[in-house]
Design a protein around this ligand. Sequence first.
Ligand SMILES: [Zn+2]
Length: 256
Amino acid sequence: MPYSIMLDAGHGGRDPGAVYNGRQEKDDALALTLAIGEILQDRGVNVEYTRTTDVYESPYQKAMEANNAGVDFFISIHRNSYPTDNTVSGVESLVYDKSGLKLKMAENINEQLESIGFVNLGVKERPGLVVLRRTKMPAVLVEVGFINSDTDNRLFDDNFEDIALAIAEGILDTLQMSGEISSMSSGYTVQTGSFRNPQNAERLTAELKEQDFPAGIAEGDGFFRVTVGAYPTLDEAAAMEQKLRRAGYQTLVVSR
Ligand SMILES: [Zn+2]
């Protein structure tokens, strides 16, 4: 199933965002957002936009639009600014908190942009931002360089297409990861032994069962593997692994 993503060009209409020597954040954001969307669409992602023209919508409206559309991800494109001109440069990505796929996506996007030549200022938590707080799906706000940094503006203008591609790649890398995770839908188990001789596997299984571990034998490739439990998440498998290790067993979490 293709992924869907809501791309949000920051600001718009009566809200220009940051301004530097007549250059307005809302224009850079819109141009870049449309370029990113085109690449993602070509790569099979369902792309929706909060705006494709110079109109104003509140951050709350944008978040609700994404929620109502039921998209898988929300990406907001901005340019940064610093109180004094030409002091700071670089890219940073903002997330509600540093966990899950949104963190991975933010890191991937930053790394991609770093390869263009931007300083990587990292991922920051901004739980107060409405588009991060009110969206129900993983959301990332990317600050694509400082609009009041001549260095960043030069990078932005000279590498515009590459920047769009970099952000798209950062998003696509993460979607691919997410797909790989969900394709392991059969979950995880904790392997405690692997034997050529089935009797050894049976002995270990019996010993584990005596201690109330839900052990079983899986046969394959000429091996009899003793596994404990079946868990939908890595966390749960890791918890069982801890118990087994405390009981003195050698363990390995494997996908089923
Ligand atoms: Zn902004």
